[in-house]
Write a protein that binds this ligand. Structure first.
Ligand code: GLV
Ligand code: MN
Ligand code: MN
Length: 412
């Protein structure tokens, strides 16, 4: 089997997808079910159909593009990732796994290879948490991790429910139909940029993920008392933003003091109400993201954050409301898929680094219903979730080639 990855095609497709964005280039912003997300989905479906794949979508918009194998009733070999992008993102997060997956399938078809198991490209809905507060919406539903009732209660910042928004986007079925039957997958492999600096620093072209770290997130609503910025004297204040500022530093400190480099905590959203220069902030909403490779340590940090924030609130005579959005376990990748990826690397004499994914991915949830592993390619300076995110064409092609070989080996 001679596999040829079409470098110019995948590079131009990455550019074409990046141009479908809510922001001016080089910024990519593509929030789930926004006009740009729907346009990008339509564009992707056209590419999949052109490649001869059979496309179907489920009720939450997860998109499956299938190359039917010689044993159509056998379990499926899956690959894929996401095309939604957080505000102020770059071109490669998720997209490399989707377009790389498609290019891998095209390369296999062109080589004359015929799979026994069907090979399916999966484009997950809303891997990013931007709109509904939790990430991996599509894979949570596919894997049965998120009950449809809980999904129906999700709302965006404008108060629109997931059900309303997905139906308006054209995805009409019932959320109950999204979860996949047991045994659907033979294996699942996701290609992604590393989103960290290790591969580049160690000059290793590929990473094979053995474990995905455990993410959790919560919202903290801080309520104090507003008033006139000139007239209310300092001893009489209950400034919600000052309290939130102390909490943000306490959250940073909770991660520092876990004793492990693997613990990270971020406050990425701080909404201040009413947001006027001459008005004391009465209300603040914080969004907190905590991750660790170790579940117990992550949960301990979560408890520390809660008790410290409550004590800051008490001292400042402020009320807080903590809402846990998600607290997921880590996932171990499957030895058989790790081995298939490793064998492909060895065949091409490519050095690879076994590594932990500190970012989460849909593979975290797919690992609950399928043997899963991930393949990482380097990204410049380890940058991701920013417009200057970059992976070189050589690295994209290399990752795609190894993915193609792996899909072939798994589907024989
Ligand atoms: C995924 O985008 C993550 O935040 O890890
Ligand atoms: Mn991302
Ligand atoms: Mn991603």
């Amino acid at each position: 089997m001679i596999l040829t990855v079409n470098r110019d095609r995948i590079v131009s497709e990455i550019e074409a997808l990046a141009s479908i964005s809510e922001a001016e280039p080089p910024v990519v912003t593509r929030i789930v079910f926004s006009p740009s997300d729907l346009k990008a989905r339509a564009w992707m479906k056209a590419r999949c159909a052109e490649a001869g794949l059979t496309v179907r979508e489920d009720a939450v918009g997860n998109t499956f593009a299938r190359w039917t194998g010689s044993d159509p009733s056998a379990p499926v070999v899956g690959t894929g990732s996401h095309i939604d992008a957080i505000p102020n993102a770059g071109k490669f997060d998720g997209v490399v796994g989707v377009l790389g997956g498609l290019e891998a399938i095209r390369a296999l078809r062109q080589s004359g290879f015929r799979p026994r198991y069907s090979i399916e490209l999966l484009i997950f809905t809303s891997e990013e948490p931007t709109r509904f507060g939790i990430g991996c919406l599509g894979s949570r539903l596919l894997s049965g991790t998120l009950p449809p009732d809980a999904a129906r209660k999700l709302k965006d910042n404008d108060g629109a429910t997931l059900d309303d928004v997905r139906r308006a986007a054209g995805f009409k079925g019932e959320l109950e139909e999204v979860s996949l039957p047991a045994g659907y997958y033979h294996a699942f492999a996701e290609l992604h940029i590393e989103q960290g600096p290790l591969l580049e620093q160690q000059q290793i072209p590929l990473g094979i993920v053995t474990r995905i770290a455990a993410p959790a997130s919560l919202r903290i609503l801080v309520e104090g008392s507003g008033g006139h910025a000139g007239a209310v004297l300092m001893p009489d204040r209950r400034d919600a933003l000052c309290a939130a500022a102390e909490m943000i530093l306490a959250i940073e400190n909770a991660a520092h003091s876990s004793g492990a480099i693997d613990t990270v905590a971020t406050v990425g959203i701080c909404d201040v109400f009413p947001g006027a220069v001459n008005s004391i902030p009465s209300r603040v909403r914080l969004s907190v993201d905590v991750r660790d490779t170790d579940l117990q340590r992550r949960d301990l940090v979560m408890r520390t954050i809660e008790t410290t924030c409550r004590s800051i609130a008490n001292q400042r005579h402020i009320t807080i409301n903590l809402e846990l959005l998600n607290a997921d376990a880590p996932a171990d990748c499957a030895p058989a898929v790790i081995e298939a990826l490793s064998q492909s690397c060895r065949k091409h004499e490519l050095k690879f680094l076994p590594m932990v994914s500190r970012a989460y991915h849909d593979s975290l949830f797919m690992a609950r219903i399928a043997p899963v592993a991930m393949l990482f390619i380097p990204c410049r300076n380890g940058y991701s979730h920013r417009p200057d995110e970059y992976a070189s064409p050589e690295d994209v092609v290399r990752g795609t080639l190894v993915l193609a070989e792996t899909l072939a080996a798994l589907s024989e």
